[in-house]
Design a protein around this ligand. Sequence first.
Ligand code: FES
Ligand code: FE2
Length: 348
Amino acid sequence: MASEQPLFLKNLWYFAFHGSQIKRGKLVQKEILGERIVFGRDKEGHPFALKDNCPHRGVPLSAGWFDGDTIQCCYHGWKFNCSGTCTGIPALADDKFDVSKIKVYEYPCKEISNTIWVYIPQNKLKLEGAEERLPNLLIDADKKFLHVETVTMPTNIDHSVIGLIDPAHVTFVHQSWFWRSSKNLKLKEKNFVPDDLGFKMARHKPSSNSKGYSVLKGGTSTEINFQLPGNRFEHIQVGKNEIVSITTLTPINENETELNHIFYTTIGLAKLLWTPLKSLGKTFIGQDLGVFHKLREGLDTNPTLMLLGDPDTQAKWYYELKKSWHQSIEEKNEFVNPLQPQTLHWIT
Ligand code: FES
Ligand SMILES: [Fe+2]
């Protein structure tokens, strides 16, 4: 099942943090695609992302000091501004040396609707086109997402994505009295179309055997969109109101993937009920995490795997999309979405 192509997709934006996770005056280190990055906010409050190594002898800059303006390495005290330019070398007596020639690599980093994204380039010197690939978060930029949960999945990005877009596990992993039970199965028919860097399930009424959805009265419809590198966007229309629920997957390294869940709604009641809603979200993610720890045990013995039939077709599409993305980078061509519209059936 696993492919020979590289595991990580470059030249794409990855979810790094919910805005509330990066406070002013604090540095936070995070490994993304195996690269160690230090995040912070500059004086204006804009987030930045720098390679987390001092250019002098490689000590993590995140281990140093930060006054909200200048980062100082904890080893020999070299100073850097928030764009990574060196601004001072305390031990250097030669005052003619231009320290600003020394730069820490700065990753493109953007905050959108209270979420912080970082661009991981294939070639660190070539950033053209990065802005065009910023994800569409489905809400106006001045609106803010709430943070539901951040967890570390004990599997690589491929297994994590397949788990995210897998319809068949819902019956068995997300069984609960308030959501649905495995005794009440229905044949589902879903129409898919290719869309940008992925595919979307055409707008439809949510499943009638799910109690969770049935509480949302009044012309409810949902559209689910999957986009490379590993993000799932769900837009639910409830009368005039809307709900946007986004799950992002960010590879930490070859063995671990971070899952983040963010949420937005115009429904006033949902804001009042935020604490129980958030714990509902955490329960779902906890159920996935539970089965992923079992999956990890299974994968450690390196078994042969299979993708079978319509329930696993989205997983096959993911690999096809990935292949096309890698190809477009290698051949320096525009990405061409390789998928065709298709109707899938499954029982859940
Ligand atoms: S290693 Fe950072 S100042 Fe020397
Ligand atoms: Fe799940």
